[in-house]
Design a protein around this ligand. Structure first.
Ligand code: FAD
Length: 592
């Protein structure tokens, strides 16, 4: 990384996160004569154990590498506020995430094309995602030469061995070891973005950036507060049907008032919460919101900025492991100093141990496989009644509820305790005991939220309102998912590994109404916000066109999770890297 002090570059990328660093690296390789600058708000932390060591995943959340965003009180979740972490460090959220490396169903990417984005489909996106990946030991057809390394974890806790058979023997959900090829339905281990050579996290800052050429400069610790524009005379297809001249992005302003100029393009890669915020601060968005925040002039009237917020909803149950069967869990790194020291010594010797543990088995299933055909049909009809005639993205989602190749439910076997009420406190009888959790997600909730500039403090944190569970489909879906988790836990051979349901507790939650209250009290996010600067036709609330160009501008693009037009069922990082790879192709082609 070279700290840069030049004032002018051909391309400026704002946000050195997951997509930003992947894009910057590819532009530097493909446009060798161009000068490229990445500006990142946070520091570089390439040697931080909490980032690099897989078994310490999660330890950096809420800390100095996190933006620490929080939602406003969620009306339908008993007014709870929901913690919404995002990476504020070189590598962005790829430095903090929980390492799942999976892919959505082919139909979900084809839906992007169907809502008005020619060339964005499974064929092109799977090729782009494979460009990002080297899946070591993966099935034929996996990416084999990309920067990010992924591997099935070499440490699978003993008790976890009962998860896949419990699902595949008791439910119509088959083992699917080849789930990255467009059909994720099944039960499986997933690869994780770990480099097997070092057993460190493989992420954009350590995997992509070292491949960049000398034409790439990186500026860290430098939040951008504004994009500046000049009128453009360039007749651009972007302007068809819109008589206003296109604006040309010329420079960015940092918090210390430095201005850095771009001769060709400025690209926003600040992620699904900060990209819309920066657009609004720059005068692009819904005029009444901008005026309320004192932002003037309003340069481009784009009501879709910050709207269309979609996320996966998360619920969970936890079980206490049976004593005397030799089970070891990642929890013990925190509760048993001797064990932690032994495992640390293994890590230092390069041997497998619990500092590698990411303990994750997965189920991806459609409603029919989870609740049976009749109840599944009931849920689909409920969704159709609510949103079947809604906006283009919601219509697509509802349509996909009938597609048996598209997951609507995910269940993660999570080693250790990862619930809401907390690990048993020191001194309690359960302290030191082992647990496992079933963390489950609703993949296509109908709730849509927003993220907008705070009128009381425009440069402070944006106002995040995902409007979680604001409709009956999301509520009934989550209740069914929780009941499904309990059925999985009670299925052999998994039933034999635990002695008690620790959370919520079998005696405490029994009826549907009990589960509904549990949903209101414990629903969280899976941390996958997307869609807040959606790639959609402008008339449908789009912010960028299918070249990722912001409507009304000649040279401002968005390349990150914000552009996802229809929510996907997978953990998003593979798609985000794919978006960056595809964006690089588009930008390089436009340059020539
Ligand atoms: C706790 C957690 C766990 C997750 N687990 C997984 C998982 O296991 N698997 C998976 O696939 N996905 C996971 N995700 C989601 C996934 O990591 C994100 O969807 C993805 O990394 C988003 O990439 P991005 O490029 O859109 O944004 P980011 O990677 O967040 O990049 C945005 C960058 O822009 C910078 N930035 C923001 N504003 C400014 C500004 N004004 N000036 C300069 N820089 C700025 C930020 O600091 C950041 O570095 C998880 C997310 C979280 C939070």
């Amino acid at each position: 990384i070279e700290e840069s002090h030049a004032q002018e570059y051909d391309y400026i990328i704002v946000g050195g996160g997951t997509a930003g660093l992947a894009l910057a690296t590819r532009l530097s390789q493909g446009l060798k004569k161009a000068s490229i600058l990445v500006i990142e708000a946070g520091p570089a932390a390439l040697h931080e154990d909490g980032i690099n060591i897989p078994g310490l995943k999660g330890s950096t959340l809420g800390g100095k590498y996190d933006w620490n965003f929080t939602t406003v009180p969620q009306t339908h979740l008993n007014n709870r506020t929901i913690f919404t972490p995002r990476g504020r460090v070189l590598g962005g959220t790829s430095a903090l995430n929980l390492l799942t490396w999976d892919r959505a169903a082919a139909a979900e990417f084809d839906a992007w094309e169907a809502v008005g984005n020619p060339g964005w489909n499974w064929r092109t996106m799977s090729a782009a995602m494979e460009k990002a990946e080297t899946y070591v030991g993966g099935p034929a057809g996996s990416g084999s030469s990309g920067p990010i390394h992924a591997v099935i974890n070499r440490v699978i806790p003993l008790h976890q061995g009962s998860f896949i058979p419990a699902v595949s023997r008791n439910f119509p959900i088959p083992p699917n070891p080849d789930s990255l090829q467009g059909n994720p339905i099944g039960v499986m281990y997933q690869p994780e973005n770990i480099n097997p050579a070092s057993y460190n996290r493989s992420y954009s800052a350590t995997a992509y950036l070292p491949l960049a050429g000398p034409n790439l400069a990186v500026l860290t610790n430098s939040p951008v507060t504004k994009i500046n524009f000049a009128p453009s005379n360039n007749p651009n297809q972007n302007g068809k049907g819109n008589n206003k001249p296109l604006l040309r992005a010329t420079s960015v302003t940092l918090t210390n008032n430095t201005t850095l100029h771009a001769t060709h393009e400025i690209i926003l890669a600040c992620g699904a919460l900060s990209t819309p915020h920066l657009l609004e601060l720059s005068g692009i968005g819904h005029p009444p919101l901008l005026r309320a925040a004192g932002i003037s002039p309003v340069l481009i009237n784009l009501p879709g900025v910050g709207e269309n917020y979609q996320d996966h909803l998360r619920v969970q149950v936890s079980y206490q492991l049976r004593d005397g069967l030799g089970f070891v869990t990642g929890d013990m790194l925190a509760t048993n100093a001797t064990f932690a020291a032994e495992e640390w010594a293994k890590r230092l010797r390069g041997e497998a141990g619990f500092y590698d543990d990411t303990g994750a088995g997965y189920v991806f299933a459609d409603w029919g496989r989870v609740v049976g055909a009749a109840r599944g049909e009931g849920l689909v009809r409920l969704a159709e009644g609510l949103k079947g005639g809604g906006d283009v993205g919601s219509r697509k989602k509802v349509e996909m509820l009938r597609d048996r190749t598209v997951p609507q439910v995910e269940v993660i076997f999570s080693d250790g305790y990862t619930g809401v009420k907390g690990y048993p406190p020191v001194g309690s009888g359960l302290y030191g005991k082992g647990f496992f959790s079933l963390v489950a997600g609703l993949m296509h909730p109908l709730s849509r939220g927003s993220v907008h500039v705070d009128p009381r403090d425009p440069l402070g944190k944006p106002v995040v309102d995902p409007r979680f569970v604001d409709n009956e489909y999301d509520m009934e879906g989550l209740v069914e998912i929780l009941k499904f988790c309990r059925r999985i836990a009670r299925a052999e051979p998994l039933r034999s590994v635990w002695v008690a349901e620790y959370e919520p507790g079998e005696e405490l939650v029994q009826t549907d109404e009990d589960w509904r209250e549990y949903v209101r009290n414990t629903t969280l996010t899976v941390f996958h916000p997307m869609g807040t600067a959606a790639m959609l036709p402008r008339k449908d609330g789009g912010v960028v066109d299918s070249r990722l160009m912001v409507y009304g501008t000649a040279n401002l693009r968005v390349v990150d999770a914000s552009i996802i037009p229809v929510q996907i069922s997978a953990h998003p990082q593979t798609a985000v890297y794919g978006i960056a790879e595809k964006a690089a192709e588009i930008i390089i082609a436009a340059h020539r």
